[in-house]
Design a binder for this molecule. Structure first.
Ligand code: HEM
Ligand SMILES: [Cu+2]
Length: 534
């Protein structure tokens, strides 16, 4: 790429160097593929969000409000499956990771650009299959597909499970691409201890994606074999063991929660340094704690099965090991807070989202420790306490970081600034709405309200009402964020090359403000660590 400007004098960048829909559908540019994931994931988030609002609306009062119990179960399953497999798991890595990981290590693209495009198509295929289950009578098992119910119930279980399997393949391919890119395409001088912490986080995530996802794949195939061919693996009626399914499922799905949260932590490391104007505190500790979390995450799955006939000894061991996951996590939180300490903290919208993450994720983490404590789990298991816990980590944590990351990198991706006022208002609605929705669920859970139920006793009415009203406030917040982004694309102020004063390589690409097709005219030579503020 020898020219920075095309003949017309127009700024030459990755968005305009080729035009037309076909050029997008066949692109191997990691930046464009990242944006294609963004569009798909935003759409799925809208669908998953609508089902969430429907579920919450049904629960505004005891008895029937909107739909019957069978339909409620299908809405709830679709909400969970879409949010987990189609939004939170792919979200940060496939979109922000694809766009920024190569740039941040000083590469022109990922290691296997065509495989990267293939991953997008595989993901879309899986997602479409999963949603098609709606036309085949829906799925009412919950997103965990527990046996033996999932073997026996009618509806589109098979097609949704095939969809999840196919999306898993996509996840593995993306992980593979990231690992090879980090090892093989770092710019000269970019040692492993100089890669940005977002890259460390994606790298650790990719290891989990590659090691854990095949286990889910096998489990789902066995489930299909049993449903379609009657092979007796999980259903006791056929001579199988239903608890085996839970072991298989959580052997993937607990590490999967770190596929969700490690990238979010990576985003937070970037935001906290940039908006504190200070070199990150404890770079090495944060980098290694990501690897530590990835490793320990494989040994704690049994904390989902304390009351499923697991032996007492296994329960005690899983309880102890789970509490240890809190250590590397706490190390990160400590380092972020230490970075802010005596920094010159600026509360721009991405940083507000980062602080939202810190606050809400900590609540999610500490209630996780409570759930991991054997004696408490017996009371809290399968109650709304668990629902509140995982929403605090997945929405209050991961989604907050995702939003912060989008607002942070928006000017680099689109060359336009979002209206700061609108972005902050969206944050306020989401933050307040989130707590109004989910805090009451801790209380409901402690009072004994079971999760996944369509109906409840009158004693739970008022807290459920509050929770449903909260869901409307969050919905409004995301709508405002969407409007802020569309407004920025149409009428936003032109961004400068580095509006927040970031120090990592993506702020120093060639092209102004958008990166050129190949990111850098000449591959940069790195002489210092990623966050050198003086
Ligand atoms: C880091 C991000 C985390 C995410 C995304 C996450 C997500 C989840 C999800 C989705 C569930 C419910 C599973 C279901 O549908 O049955 C769950 C339950 C649970 N989580 Fe987490 N979690 C996270 C962190 C933690 C931590 C740090 C701990 C403890 C140290 C923890 C302990 C538990 C326990 C014990 C349960 C089982 C509760 C029960 O069903 O009785 N989690 N989590
Ligand atoms: Cu778990």
């Amino acid at each position: 790429m020898s020219q920075a400007h095309t003949a017309g004098g127009e700024n030459h960048n990755y968005l305009n160097h080729e035009k037309g829909l076909w050029s997008w559908l066949t692109t191997v540019d990691h930046k464009r593929i990242g944006l294609m994931y963004f569009i798909a994931i935003a759409l799925f988030f809208l669908v998953g969000g609508i089902f969430a609002l429907l579920v919450r609306f049904e629960l505004i009062a005891p008895g029937k409000t909107l739909v019957d119990a069978g339909t409620y179960n299908k809405f709830m399953t679709l909400h969970g499956a879409i949010m987990v497999f189609m939004v939170i798991i792919p979200g940060i890595p496939a979109f922000l990771g694809n766009f920024f990981l190569p740039i941040m290590v000083g590469a022109k693209d990922v290691a296997f650009p065509r495989l990267n495009l293939t991953s997008w198509y595989v993901f879309m295929l899986g997602a479409i299959l999963a949603v098609l289950s709606l036309t085949m009578g829906g799925v009412d098992t919950g997103w965990t597909f527990y046996t033996p119910y999932s073997i026996r119930t009618s509806g589109g279980v098979v097609i949704m499970v095939v969809g999840a399997f196919v999306m898993g393949m996509s996840s593995i391919l993306t992980g593979l691409n990231f690992i090879v890119t980090v090892h093989k395409l770092r710019a000269p001088g970019m040692t492993m201890m100089r890669i940005p912490l977002f890259v460390w986080a994606l790298y650790s995530t990719a290891i989990i994606q590659m090691l854990a996802t095949p286990v889910l794949g096998i489990t789902l195939l066995l489930l299909i074999a049993e449903r379609v061919l009657g092979v007796g693996i999980f259903d006791p009626k056929l001579g199988g063991d239903p608890v085996l399914f839970q072991h298989f499922f959580w052997f993937y799905s607990h590490p999967a929660v770190y596929i969700m949260v490690l990238p979010a932590m990576g985003v937070i490391s970037e935001l906290v340094t940039t908006f504190s104007r200070k070199t990150i505190f404890g770079y090495t500790a944060i980098a290694y704690s990501s690897l530590a979390i990835a490793a320990v995450s494989f040994f704690v799955w049994g904390h989902h099965m304390f009351v499923s006939s697991q032996s007492d000894f296994a329960g005690i061991m899983f309880s102890i090991i789970t509490v240890f996951v809190g250590v590397p996590t706490a190390i990160k939180v400590f380092n972020w807070v230490a970075t802010m300490y005596k920094g010159s903290v600026r509360l721009d919208s991405p940083m507000l989202y980062a602080l939202g993450f810190l606050f809400l994720f900590s609540i999610g983490g500490v209630t996780g420790i409570m759930l991991a404590t054997l004696g408490m789990n017996v009371h809290f298991h399968d109650t709304y306490f668990v629902v509140a816990h995982f929403h605090y980590v997945m929405v209050g944590g991961v989604l907050m970081a995702f939003m912060g990351g989008i607002f942070y990198w928006f000017p680099k991706m689109f060359g336009k600034m979002c209206h700061e006022g609108m972005a902050r208002i969206s944050w306020a609605f989401i933050f307040i709405g989130f707590n109004v929705t989910f805090f009451p669920q801790f209380i409901l859970g402690a009072m004994g309200m079971p999760r996944r139920y369509y109906d409840y006793i009158p004693e739970y009415h008022s807290l459920n009402q509050i929770s449903t009203i909260g869901s409307w406030i969050i919905g409004t917040g995301f709508l405002i964020a969407l409007i802020a982004m569309i407004h920025a694309l149409i009428a936003g102020e032109k961004a400068s090359k580095n509006p927040w004063g970031g120090k990592t390589l993506e702020w120093y690409t060639d092209g102004d403000p958008l990166p050129i097709h190949e990111n850098f005219k000449e591959i940069p030579v790195i002489t210092a660590g990623p966050y050198e503020y003086r």
